[in-house]
Design a protein around this ligand. Structure first.
Ligand code: 4AZ
Length: 699
């Protein structure tokens, strides 16, 4: 055999058994001698090879070979390496043999062979054939069948070839054909979840190795529940050779699992589970889906404490479950001697509770605050101070009255506080009752020319006495239970006449130089009813003038509270001014006629004198009567205050308020009990705001 390699598209006759190799992308093939008669006993083969990815299209524009039964004599045979595609002879097709006519032959690959053969004789004259071939592109993408996909997802044709690509989320496998997913590490840490093969229930990706890890804390166990719809490629004889699931826990391995039967529920008994899913490069199977749940190790049942509850109330508690213990209203959680609203415990991984259940202890409001000058009376005999117990406050009557006058008691509430429905947690005040002596007056006489007072008739009167000698030197009036109103001039040394007045606080008596005696009746002798007080503070009216005795008023604070009783009762502050001619009562231990001290407290009842009238009297003798001064006494004289009465009370009864109030304090005068001279008093009403402000007493 001779071999020709021809690159020219034009071919000519060669002798029997010749092989012509054609590599051009198109060409013409003619029988030897064409268009003349072809020779007998001739065989020529044209082997056409084109670039890979192309096919060869072959057709005849002229065909005239000797016809024979099944083309056994002369023929043109078209074939590939593996198969004969066609054998032609004659001029037109018959029942037994075929002529190519307009038929176009396309090679399955990039190689095609055309053989012309003629036998030893020709009955008639035959002209042979004139064929043309050309390389044509193959659309590999169009040709892929469902079973034999060229590309897993997308196929892209180009002249001479094709390539594959994958849908979003997939990666092209190294086989350049299948699409895999990147799923090498999926971690699940929630207490429940759903895991499935990619695209479930659509076919899962090929050529993939997926790993799903469920990792939970120790103390949990993972349970898997596979859906009924389960489809992993399997094999009738070999166990899961292609695709499979494997489930691994710390201790055991389950699988390989494949086929169409769902594994159903798998209790892994582990807190750490790995699910491996392998798929090979073929198969269209729906895959799998599972939901996983987690159960925890159980802790012992819980019993709520007495008077308490547990939330949430569950019949079973497992790992990580929390229970909050709280107490019923009026009870408090007690843990390690510490009081709290609630206490939380947790079920641990070893199935024990993190702590013991605490106790519920009844709320204790503790002993209520003491009420000054009052009492606490518990409703229960044993002074119980726990939740819902009650008590009432009361004031030491009749000397004190409750402000505000609450009627209800206090109850120990769940908050641990004593609550009164009217004033909440506040305390009432026990306010001294003023201006109501417990002894009634029978008759009134005079001090200077007055009469001895009945014991306790003037229970607000206070004696200012020398601390050493005990001799009384001034009077005063109790307001509230620790303040004495007296005359400012009673609180300092005699002022030097050369030096026109009281100049500095250094002129004041020292606090320890005098004492205050309440409940006093006898002048120099002791009384059973007396209460002696040290002085805590002295306050002189800021506008006091020691020369004119203007604003001759001051306050003395007792070192401790007076104990109010029938003999010690405060006087009320004035709410109005006393008009002239109204009668007032003045009391004191001051000098009587003959410069003698009385045996006991004296008192007089005298009328208030018109201010203008009194002022005129004093102007005449060169004395100044200021607006804060008031006069009282009789024109004819006789009843008057005198030396030693200073600072003492001038009181009167208010028919409006039904109590006695302090109208004035004894201040000065010219002589004692003289006619046409009146006693001068400091008008308390004029300075009542200052007194209230300094003493804090508002009544
Ligand atoms: C005094 O020296 C005094 N007659 C008080 C009052 C009167 C006179 C003197 C009024 O304390």
């Amino acid at each position: 055999m001779r071999l020709f390699i021809l690159f020219s598209p034009l071919l000519w006759l060669l002798s029997e058994g010749d092989v012509i190799v054609l590599r051009e992308i198109y060409g013409e093939i003619r029988t030897p001698n064409f268009p003349d008669l072809y020779p007998s006993d001739s065989e020529v083969t044209w082997n056409i090879t084109v670039i890979e990815g192309f096919r060869i299209k072959l057709y005849f524009i002229h065909f005239d070979l000797e016809p024979s039964y099944l083309c056994e004599y002369d023929y043109a045979k078209v074939e590939t390496d593996e198969q004969v595609l066609a054998v032609f002879c004659g001029k037109e097709s018959t029942d037994t043999e075929q002529a190519p006519g307009k038929q176009v032959i396309v090679s399955p690959g990039n190689f095609l062979s055309l053989t012309f053969r003629s036998d030893f004789s020709n009955e008639e004259r035959f002209t042979g054939f004139d064929a043309h071939y050309s390389a044509v592109d193959v659309d590999e993408c169009a040709e892929q069948s469902d079973e034999d996909m060229v590309c897993d997802h997308h196929c892209h044709n180009y002249i001479g070839g094709f390539y594959c690509s994958c849908r979003f989320g997939y990666l092209l496998h190294s086989d350049n054909r299948t699409c895999k997913v990147e799923c090498s590490d999926n971690l699940y840490t929630q207490r429940s979840g759903i895991i499935s093969s990619a695209d479930y229930p659509s076919p899962y990706p090929k050529s993939s190795d997926c790993l799903y890890r469920i990792e939970l804390e120790e103390g949990f166990v993972v349970n898997l529940q596979f859906d009924d719809s389960f489809d992993i490629e399997d094999h009738p004889e070999v166990s899961c050779p292609y695709d499979y699931l494997k489930i691994k826990t710390g201790r055991r391995e389950i699988g390989p699992i494949c086929g169409e039967k769902s594994p159903g529920r798998i209790e892994t008994g582990s807190n750490s589970v790995q699910i491996l899913f392998h798929s090979d490069n073929s198969g269209e199977n729906g895959g799998w889906r599972l939901s996983y749940t987690v159960t925890g190790i159980s802790c012992p049942d819980l019993q709520p404490p007495l008077n308490g509850k547990i939330e949430p109330a569950q019949s079973k508690y497992t790992f990580k479950d929390q229970a909050v213990i709280s107490c019923n209203s009026g009870y408090r959680v007690i843990k390690d001697n510490i009081e709290m609203d609630s206490f939380q415990i947790e079920c641990r991984k070893d199935g024990t509770w993190s702590n013991q259940i605490p106790r519920c202890q009844i709320v204790d409001c503790k002993l209520p605050k003491e009420l000054e000058s009052g009492f606490v009376t518990f409703s229960t005999p044993a002074n119980i101070t726990t939740y819902q117990s009650t008590f009432t406050y009361s004031c030491r009557e009749p000397y004190y009255t409750m402000i505000p006058n609450i009627t209800a008691g206090y109850t120990c509430e769940a908050s641990g506080l004593w609550i009164n429905p009217e004033i909440g947690t506040s305390l009432p005040l026990c306010q001294p009752v003023c201006g109501l002596p417990h002894f009634s007056r029978s008759k009134l006489a005079r001090i200077a020319g007055g009469s001895t007072a009945k014991r306790g008739i003037s229970p607000w009167i206070s004696m200012l006495a020398n601390a050493d000698s005990g001799r009384p030197f001034c009077g005063g009036s109790l307001i509230g239970d620790k303040w004495i109103i007296t005359a400012a001039h009673c609180l300092h040394h005699e002022v030097d006449p050369e030096n026109l007045g009281f100049t500095s606080s250094s002129d004041l008596f020292s606090l320890s130089s005098f004492k205050i005696i309440l409940g006093k009746h006898r002048t120099l002798k002791q009384d059973d009813t007396e209460q002696v007080f040290q002085v805590k503070n002295l306050i002189i009216h800021p506008n006091y003038n020691s020369s004119t005795l203007q604003n001759d008023i001051g306050l003395v604070e007792l070192s401790s509270k007076a104990f109010l009783n029938d003999y010690v009762i405060p006087i009320c502050l004035p709410e109005e001014e006393v008009k002239s001619d109204e009668f007032v009562v003045v009391s004191g231990w001051g000098k009587q006629f003959l410069r003698k001290l009385p045996e006991a407290l004296m008192e007089i009842e005298i009328p208030v004198v018109d201010h203008v009238l009194c002022k005129n009297v004093y102007t005449k003798i060169g004395k100044v009567l200021t607006e804060d001064m008031m006069c009282a006494g009789l024109r004819e004289g006789g009843k008057d205050a005198c030396s030693g009465d200073s600072g003492g009370p001038m009181v009167t009864f208010s028919h409006q308020n039904h109590n006695w109030f302090l109208a004035g304090t004894v201040s000065w005068g010219v002589g004692c009990g003289e006619s046409d001279k009146y006693g001068v008093y400091s008008n308390v009403y004029k300075n009542v705001d200052w007194l209230r402000a300094k003493s804090g007493i508002t009544y």
